[in-house]
Design a protein around this ligand. Sequence first.
Ligand code: TRP
Length: 452
Amino acid sequence: MNGQRETFSSGLAVFFATLGSAVGLGNIWKFPYLVGEYGGGAFLAVYLLCVAFIGLPVMWTEFYVGRKTRKNPVGAMSMLSPGTPWKHVGTMGVASAYLIMFFYSCVAGWVYYYLFKAIQGDFVGITMEAAKAEFGAVVVGPLSPVLWQFIVLVVVSSIIAFGVQKGIERMTKTLMPLLFVLILICDFRALTLPGAGAGVDFLFQVDFSKLSGAAILTAMGLAFFKLSLGMGTMTTYASYFTADNNLFRTGAKVAVSDTMVSLLAGLAVFPTVFSFGLEPGAGPGLLFMTIPLVFSQIPFGNLLLVAFFFLASIAATTAMLSLVEVPTAWMSEEYGVDRKKAAALNALIIFCIGILATLSVDKASFLGSYTWLGRGFFDWFDYLSSNVMLPVGGLCFVIFVRRHLSWEELRREFSNGGALPLGGMFTFYWFSVRYVTPVLLGLIFLHSVGVL
Ligand code: TRP
């Protein structure tokens, strides 16, 4: 079953596919709304530290596990440590993938829906009040958000059914750079709005007195979510990497590029928020309220808006591909389920439970009023996956490396058998994985449950 495994065709394809997994709704939707909710610069500073000292080491670790074993996370852990419970790190990853997709498919549905509305010209000359009302109406539905969520899942599972090379590579290689250019155009427009400076200050002025414990945990969760870590996505992708790939360099390039996209998205959103007098802490609707305003009063604005939501749909779709790939590879390799059947089955599972997330966003609805400890379905799926399961998964990967793998073995794999000079990168990795990353993760967890 694991005999002839496909690989990506080149180093460039590896980079873009991995970046395609990392860049997604996390950058353009989640990052700005969390920065807004948790008060700006200080949150951003913690986030950047988490990317460097927790995210990168975990990413490299997942790369190691995936490329070494060339298996899905469950198979990979069983191979590296046969007959031990370590394989359940992989099982937990499969569970996290589902949890994330329950709400991710909902937000991707909103993006598709906004694309559709932009094509129809619904946002031409829109005002701030109308932009707010529009988002409110979109999430209430109840039929349309569910329908769009369904469409997202049909698109994603069809691509997955075609296989790794044909499906994932083709989309990511061409469209990622385009998204980048379009965000730059947004930035240019947003930064020239009257009063844009207040938005830039909000994003970059660090005031640690505003930082709560919840903010620190969320910043760490965001780093995991952003870089697709802690559940085996990167393990699964690395299992398709070419043998001569420079894992350290790929990881660093992905982390830096991904962070740049998030920052550029922030530079489009916050100047607009402050210029139009929106609330930075408006929550999950922040992106959807601001972007139509960015383009509302400029020539070719609607065309640019269509392009933005088109590329945002692509980014959401490629990121979802990497999520669905985890349970699909798991079902097909561990249980011999045909790939196409596995893709369809997963879409069905995600749709049935994802509806709960979608219908819980409107607080006035029946499902929306159903909360537990202050969170509804959408928020619980999000909170549990990003702030709990991904970091726990990441911690497991790190502890695994610490316990099972020697300096020599890690050096051998990261240098591709001695072919690559490693320089200081390896030392940074070794110390992070052994000391810094697990200690930081532990401290943040203890802090969040109130022990520290
Ligand atoms: N990183 C993606 C984003 O920012 C989402 C994502 C894709 C993800 N695969 C993942 C998150 C795996 C966590 C784990 O939109």
